[in-house]
Design a protein around this ligand. Structure first.
Ligand code: MTE
Ligand code: MO
Length: 359
């Protein structure tokens, strides 16, 4: 069959969409653990991937439009396809609006969070959509110059439009308060007066400093238990908390350097990880060398840390995203292997408390 210049083989388009969606989802997930300035490329690639998807979807929708507009041609898969298209376009639109400085909230969520939720929802619907449809490409679909040229065009379009959007933002002064992560500023230098966020369900009762103890143990020479009087907040640092839901806040934090605390318990020579655990079960770990430079904060901009922000002790981990800055810490565990259960703990911590009548 002869193709016009603008007609690409359907399978080439479909596979390109699948690859690009995979790329967008993967880079999107990666942004959630990217917080160092050197990680900026992840956000850039994610944006370019999304924009490349716009061209591909344009091609695809042009092709399948008759199947949707003609009601007689509908089958069970049509609704799934429409749902998928809607989700994908909504994910692209919200991403585009957010990165152009659109800041509106949807219920309790910043638009960036809505964008993420839509992106995540695309995955299961895409899986249903693909069931029984996947046809492996023949060499003919991908053969030759046309494939190379159209791939180049798609990637080039993504990169060019991304560049254009940045330039437009600059000219019109849009999104000027966004960090490289896309987060916007909230309550910098305002002491405790910045957003209190719990990732899922953590909402412990205020901690009585007289009842609280910090246990430091695991792969160490001698375990230690500290009370609030033992905490000597002699270190400080100006650090940015950057929540993946789309805001950041920069403060002068004061507290104990984790390295100083570790020196007093003497980690085993082959210890690799330090896990910071909350009274709620929420936890996160850092490689031991990185952990040494992190801060266990008791104060913020000269104020005592408030309950909402993690009193009596919260982790300040430079270059890490907000969800890794554990609040209400009462346990520090040094270990040789990474605690992989933390990936589950950050989602489920806090739920058991509600079921036992706590708050
Ligand atoms: N124990 C515990 N620590 C936590 C969380 C949580 O839900 N439980 N949420 C994290 C998330 S998602 C963010 S963005 C920051 C928010 O800190 P803040 O409430 O002081 O702004 O705390 C992190 N630390
Ligand atoms: Mo967060």
């Amino acid at each position: 069959m002869a193709h016009s210049r603008l007609e690409l083989p359907p399978r080439l388009v479909d596979w390109s969409i699948l690859i690009t969606v995979g790329f967008a989802v993967a880079t999107g997930m990666l942004t959630l653990v990217s917080g160092q300035p050197g990680d900026a490329v992840v956000f850039v690639l994610h944006g370019m991937g999304g924009l490349a998807l716009v061209v591909l979807l344009f091609w695809k929708l042009r092709r399948v439009r008759p199947r949707v507009t003609n009601r007689a041609a509908w089958n069970r898969g049509t609704l799934v396809s429409i749902l998928l298209t809607t989700l994908a376009l909504a994910a692209l639109a919200t991403g585009l609006v957010w990165t152009s400085g659109g800041t509106f909230v949807v219920g309790p969520w910043l638009l960036l969070f809505v964008h993420m939720a839509l992106g995540v929802l695309v995955i299961p619907v895409l899986v249903v959509h693909l069931r029984g449809r996947v046809r492996l490409p023949t060499t003919n679909d991908f053969a030759g110059r046309r494939t190379a040229l159209s791939s180049l065009a798609v990637v080039g379009f993504g990169a060019l439009v991304w560049r254009f959007q940045r330039e437009a933002n600059r000219v019109f002064g849009l999104a000027s308060d966004q960090r490289f992560t896309g987060s916007t500023e909230e309550g910098t230098d305002a002491g405790n007066a910045f957003p209190v966020t719990s990732w899922v369900a953590d909402d412990p009762d205020p901690i009585d400093p007289d009842d609280w103890q910090l246990r430091v143990g695991g792969a160490v020479e001698r375990e230690r238990t500290l009370s609030t009087e033992d905490l000597d907040p002699d270190s400080e640092g100006r650090t940015t908390l950057d929540c993946t839901s789309g805001w950041y806040s920069t403060h002068d934090w004061r507290g104990l350097r984790v390295g100083d605390l570790l020196d007093t318990v003497e980690p085993a020579p082959d210890a690799q990880w330090v896990s910071f655990r909350s009274v709620t079960g929420y936890r996160w770990s850092l490689p031991i060398e990185e952990a040494r430079d992190a801060l266990l904060a008791t104060r913020i901009d000269g104020e005592r840390l408030s309950h909402g922000h993690g009193f009596p002790l919260r982790l300040v981990a430079p270059g890490r995203r907000g969800f890794q800055w554990v609040k209400w810490i009462d346990k520090i565990e040094v270990s040789r292997q990474r605690d992989t259960s933390e990936w589950l703990a950050i989602f489920v911590s806090g739920f058991d408390e509600t079921s036992t009548g706590g708050q």
